[in-house]
Each structure stands twice: as structure tokens, then as C-alpha cells.
Ligand binder design. Structure first.
Ligand code: BES
Ligand code: MN
Ligand code: ZN
Length: 494
């Protein structure tokens, strides 16, 4: 929430004449005599960069490395930060986003970096379009500057107030402004999601999520309360909600582009377990510790919807969240209970900690009844996915390869890795129940796939993909990442 003060803008001007505390320049790996903007400043500094920083100090432009030095009044900026872009052939927009995150983090650690100016990395020799370059710089800078300090009584004093992209070509500035605008929208969606999933569970309750959904402008929102959820026949969702004193909320947000052309209809469904204690099959302390993050997917969906009026995708978007807590209260659902989902299928509760798939089951049924063409669900669903893929990639599976392929592509363009898992039908065997249509858990082996196979029972006649962000949504010491936001945005815009 450190980003509130940080203003990113574009200004036409000469780098050496623009006053700033820090001027950010770049170097590709292995370059000894810099060209472009870095070369021009090197000349203005009498070869300080080439003869000293590179030749003597050995700064080699390795990806993400930085070197800061004073300019002693030779140019208007007090200091230069040289950032390594890595090998020219490996450089791309994702790397630019990444490097921009590193630069701002470094600036935030400096004593005095109130005003930072930067070149449009990659737009010169790198060959990037100035709009794309500026977008990535803005996105990375705002995502990198984020910190969750709401509950710190002493906030960090070290702040960057202004981050200005400086270019001397009018046309480049124009394009860069468009890019910055876009980058700000994306970063605001990501940081919106992070704020929500970093929140304490006492704050981010199902009712709070509903309230937040209702406060989003230009989106139709309907919130169903417990009685209405019951009337809709969402027995699986209600089963999970039973053990908590917090009432469940089913949230349906709808966005419709005002243009008249026929549009594709999509539903995005986010797992919204506001706290996952495991229920009666209670989790051990170490596993429960971060379970406030079990609504990260709902937060991602809300993040996307918070900017949808600015993005104006050419499709009808239905965003769905079955929000509740999974608690072991006196009326909690029990192992052995049989729940009936919205589509009539019966589920024997095998483990109350496999709650996400139960809430998603009803949300998926609801989504399929909307007559949408595609349904994408996203969820912090299985520890098995974390074991399989770690925190670098989210898992993806589904019933329609082109939809999966598209999402993988959209993820890649946003710097979010998605790795497809199979859904071998053989694994469904372990979900067979003697007395109901299925159980909610089976074998521990292949757990991410089994969860996917379970969900598939509640998907009818639509193209469906399921994204498991259990490993990517929340990272130890770093907190919430906003995983899925950029993938979903690119997907809606595609
Ligand atoms: N919310 C968890 C999954 C999870 C684990 C998310 C680690 C983030 C990090 C989910 O509800 C859960 O408890 N899953 C169980 C399922 C099991 C009982 C079949 C799991 O993965 O252990
Ligand atoms: Mn659980
Ligand atoms: Zn869970």
C-alpha cells in the first residue's frame, strides 16, 4: 500500500538536463562501450560508465544486477543507477517487468530517491515498441513498490514520490503515456488482489468480499445470502459453510460491454474460502498458518473486476465467488455426511479439508446454467499441486485443449507460468463411494488431478479450464502475489 503515493508519468526532455535523485540507465550483458542513452550519459560523465563502472568495477550487465554511483553535478541527476538487462537475445517484455520490479525495490532502499527518472528500456536498441516498454516499466514498478503495511504503526519513510520516464522524442512520449496508463490498470488489479489476500481473516470475511464486490462500479452485482443459497440447492457449498459463525455469501458480478456486436460469454469462478482451518479434519498449525490466503483466487477475480470498466473487454463476463469459511464449529459438516450439489449429484464427505472443490462444485453448476461459452475456475485447491509444481508455476487442466492452450499463452504474456496437468480418468476410481455418487477425496497420489476430475462432474456442456494456484498465490515472506490476475485479464482481452 506503499504505491499510493508513487506517481508514474512520462516527460519529454533530455536525460542529462532532467533533475532527479536517481537516473536509471541500462546495460546489456557483456557490453563494454555502451550505446544509446547509456552511451550518451557516459560521454556526459567523461566516460565514467565505460572506463570505471564497466572496465574497473567489472559491472557486466547480468540480468537484474545494479550499480549506483554519484554524478557530482556533471548531469542534472544526482545519481545513476545502472541496471543489467542480461543477454540481449534473452530480453523480452516479461524480463523488463521483472527488472523494473528490482529497480524500484532498490530505489526504495536508498536514502534519497524521491524522484526517479528512467529511460524507456529496450525501446531503442532492444527494438521494443515504446508503448509496450512503458507499460512494462509502469506495471513492474507499481507491482515492485507494493508492500502491505496497513497494520504497521510505523510506516517506512523511504519513499519514491515520482517515477518519470524521460524521452526526447515526442512520438515516443505519446506512445509511452498510453503504455503507462495500461500498466497502471494492470498493476492496480494485481495490487487490489494482493491487498485482499494479505488481509487478516478477521477482516476479509465472506460478507466483506460481498461488500467489496458491491462497491465495484459499472458492474452488476447480486449477492445471495444463506437462505437464497439454500433455495438454489447449493448443498455442497452450504455443507462447508456450516461450521462457521460467518454467514456464506454467493457473489455474482456481471460485466457487459455496451457495444452491440455479439460477444462471447465467459464465467470466471474464484475459490473464496476466507479461512481454511480444515474443518473437523483440522489442519496442523504449520499448515493452517497461511490459510487466510485460501480466498486468493476470489481476490484475483475481484481484482480483475475492479478494473474491468477501464479494460472494456469485448465479452460478457460473469464473475462468481462462493465465499465462506471452513471451520470446525459445533454445526460443522462431518466426515460421512452426504451433500447434494446444485446439479443433484451426491457427495460423501471423506475429508472436510477438501472443501474448496465442494464450494466450486456448486459455483460451477451455477456458471454452466448461465449459458456461457467458457468457464475458467481458479483456486488455491491442492497441496498436491504445490508439491508437483512448487511456487513458480500454477497448474492447469480442463476439458477443452484450445481453451487450456489459450490460457497458457495468456499467462505467459503476463509473466505467469501455467503448466498443464493431465486428468487421467483412472484416478477417479479412488473417488468412488459405496453410498453416494462420489466422495470428495480419494488417494493422496495425483491429488491435483483428482481434484480436477472431481470438479469435472459439475461442468456441463461448456469449455472449461481449472487453474490451481495453491503454490503461486502466497509466498513465504513475500505474501500475496496476485497470481492469476494478469492471466485472467489477458484471457478476457483476447
Ligand atoms: N486450501 C487447501 C490447499 C492448499 C494447500 C492451498 C497449501 C495453499 C497451500 C485445500 O483446501 C486443502 O486443504 N486441500 C487438501 C486436500 C486433501 C484433504 C485431499 C490438501 O491439499 O492437503
Ligand atoms: Mn482445505
Ligand atoms: Zn482450502
Amino acid at each position: 500500500m506503499n504505491t499510493e503515493k508513487l506517481e508514474i508519468s512520462v516527460a519529454k526532455g533530455l536525460l542529462e538536463e532532467t533533475p532527479a535523485n536517481v537516473l536509471v540507465l541500462n546495460l546489456f550483458e557483456g557490453v563494454k562501450i555502451p550505446a544509446g542513452a547509456t552511451g550518451a550519459i557516459d560521454i556526459a560523465l567523461d566516460g565514467l560508465i565505460s572506463k570505471f563502472v564497466i572496465a574497473k568495477e567489472g559491472f557486466d550487465g547480468k540480468f537484474g544486477s545494479t550499480y549506483v554511483f554519484p554524478t557530482y553535478g556533471k548531469i542534472a541527476a544526482e545519481k545513476v543507477m545502472l541496471v543489467g538487462l542480461g543477454k540481449n537475445k534473452d530480453f523480452n517484455l516479461n524480463r523488463l517487468r521483472e527488472v523494473s520490479q528490482k529497480v524500484i525495490k532498490k530505489c526504495l532502499k536508498m536514502h534519497n530517491a524521491k524522484k526517479v527518472i528512467s529511460v524507456l528500456h529496450g525501446a531503442g536498441i532492444g527494438g521494443f515498441d515504446p508503448e509496450q516498454s512503458a507499460r512494462m516499466i509502469a506495471e513492474g514498478t507499481l507491482i515492485g513498490a507494493y508492500s502491505f503495511d496497513k497494520y504497521k504503526t510505523e510506516k517506512s519513510h523511504k519513499k519514491v514520490d515520482d517515477f518519470v520516464i524521460v524521452d526526447m522524442v515526442e512520438e515516443n512520449c505519446k506512445k509511452a503515456k498510453t503504455g503507462v496508463k495500461r500498466g497502471k490498470i494492470i498493476a492496480s488489479a494485481v495490487n487490489f488482489a494482493r491487498n485482499l489476500s494479505n488481509e487478516q481473516p478477521a477482516y476479509a470475511t465472506p460478507s466483506k468480499l460481498a461488500e467489496i464486490a458491491q462497491s465495484i462500479k459499472d458492474v452488476d452485482v447480486r449477492v445471495y445470502d444463506k437462505d437464497e443459497i439454500e433455495k438454489m440447492g447449493m448443498g455442497a457449498f452450504l455443507g462447508v459453510a456450516r461450521g462457521s459463525s460467518q454467514p456464506p455469501k454467493f457473489i455474482h458480478m456481471r460485466y457487459k460491454n455496451s457495444s452491440k456486436t455479439p460477444q462471447r460469454k465467459v464465467a470466471i469462478v474464484g475459490k473464496g474460502i476466507c479461512f481454511d482451518s480444515g474443518g473437523l479434519d483440522i489442519k496442523p498449525p504449520s499448515s493452517m498458518l497461511n490459510m487466510k490466503d485460501d480466498m486468493s483466487a476470489a481476490a484475483a477475480v475481484l481484482g480483475v473486476m475492479s478494473v474491468i470498466k477501464d479494460l472494456k473487454p469485448n465479452c460478457e463476463v460473469h464473475a462468481l465467488i462462493a465465499a465462506c469459511e471452513n471451520m470446525p464449529g459445533a454445526s460443522a459438516y462431518k466426515p460421512g455426511d452426504i451433500l447434494t450439489a446444485k446439479n443433484g449429484k451426491t457427495i460423501e464427505v471423506d475429508n472436510t479439508d477438501a472443501e474448496g472443490r465442494l464450494t466450486l462444485a456448486d459455483a460451477l453448476c451455477y456458471a454452466c446454467e448461465l449459458g456461457v461459452d467458457e468457464v475458467v475456475d481458479i483456486a488455491t485447491l491442492t497441496g498436491a499441486c504445490v508439491v508437483a509444481l512448487g511456487s513458480v508455476a500454477s497448474g492447469i487442466m480442463g476439458n477443452h485443449q484450445p481453451t487450456i492452450d489459450k490460457l497458457i499463452k495468456c499467462g505467459a504474456a503476463g509473466g505467469e507460468k501455467l503448466w498443464q496437468m493431465p486428468m487421467f480418468e483412472e484416478y477417479f476410481d479412488s473417488l468412488k463411494s459405496d453410498i453416494a455418487d462420489m466422495k470428495n477425496t480419494g488417494s493422496r497420489m495425483g491429488g491435483a488431478q483428482i481434484a480436477g476430475l472431481f470438479l469435472q462432474n459439475f461442468v456441463k456442456k461448456v469449455h472449461w479450464a481449472h487453474i490451481d494456484i495453491a503454490g503461486t498465490a502466497f509466498i513465504e515472506k513475500k505474501g500475496a502475489t496476485g497470481a492469476g490476475v494478469r492471466t485472467l485479464i489477458n484471457y478476457l482481452m483476447s
